[in-house]
Design a protein around this ligand. Sequence first.
Ligand code: SAM
Length: 310
Amino acid sequence: MSEIVHPTTNPSPMPSATHSSGGSSGANWKMSADGRIYHNVESSAYILPQDEEEQDRLNSQHFAAKALSNGNMLASVVEALPQEAKILDIGCGSGSWVMDVAIDNPCTHITGIDIADIFPAIIRPKNADFKLVNVLDGLPFPDATFDFVHMRLLIVAFRINEWDKVIDEIYRVLKPGGLIQLVESQYTDTEQSPKIHRFVSALLSLMADKHQDPLIGSKLEGKVIAHGFELMQKERIRIPFSNPQNAVYAELLWGWGNAMKALKQALAPRLCPDNESDYDQILNEYLKDCADFGWVVYIWSVAGRKPLTV
Ligand SMILES: C[S@@+](CC[C@H](N)C(=O)[O-])C[C@H]1O[C@@H](n2cnc3c(N)ncnc32)[C@H](O)[C@@H]1O
């Protein structure tokens, strides 16, 4: 069995990939049989890839999420954010939120961190930088460093028992009076379409095996309060994929389909164990039913403030 691993930088996706295995080589990435690149950090439960195709998906998802939310931050955060704020984005992915916010707010300084080096290496606004960090090892910043910490769509990154550790770290690195904004999904199930139900059941069983929480979005408010923040604002956006003529929903459905394509190796054994090549057809039928019958995802955004005196 051959293995392709590299300790530092992602390669461009290759058209005909060799098989790889995770192993314990200590390398930062591994390549699947279909040429997708995944992280190789054994302590992490994160299941999506970290290659150029994933960067494209994250960029598309960023602009769709921004359009749906009418901006990059909740109104209460915009109002309270100091002009020269020091900002941290955890799990920044391709860095689109970081760069967008940096350009809109030139007096701020924004640091994006991610377990994968899929953020821009050279070309970026002067007031933005990026670091390779596994947040589960703790945040490599002193106490009270930031005015605002943002974290979006880490639903398939953390195990249920890891969320509290990460939010504790966010609290620690925020200045007194500092702001937090968490944005996460809540997946739903439906019996209306057997194809949707079957596909979603496979996804939920994968997440259960990884100890991840498909309902985390709906739990953010409770977590923010339990960790000592003062709740400032919460928002729930309903995304009905049954409305493909809406350009934003259509973009999100494309991105969702792309993410589910990337999970083929994990989902095919659950959906079509006898013939894993049936996966593409099962995925296409599921996506068609999402558009025809409707499958709903909720996106929750919650903002809070660290008390001035603790
Ligand atoms: C679905 S993407 C979301 C990216 C970005 N927040 C956005 O909204 O566009 C999740 C990101 O979290 C990163 N990630 C996963 N586990 C992580 C960890 N333990 N520490 C830091 N980043 C992590 C992934 O590499 C990926 O870029």
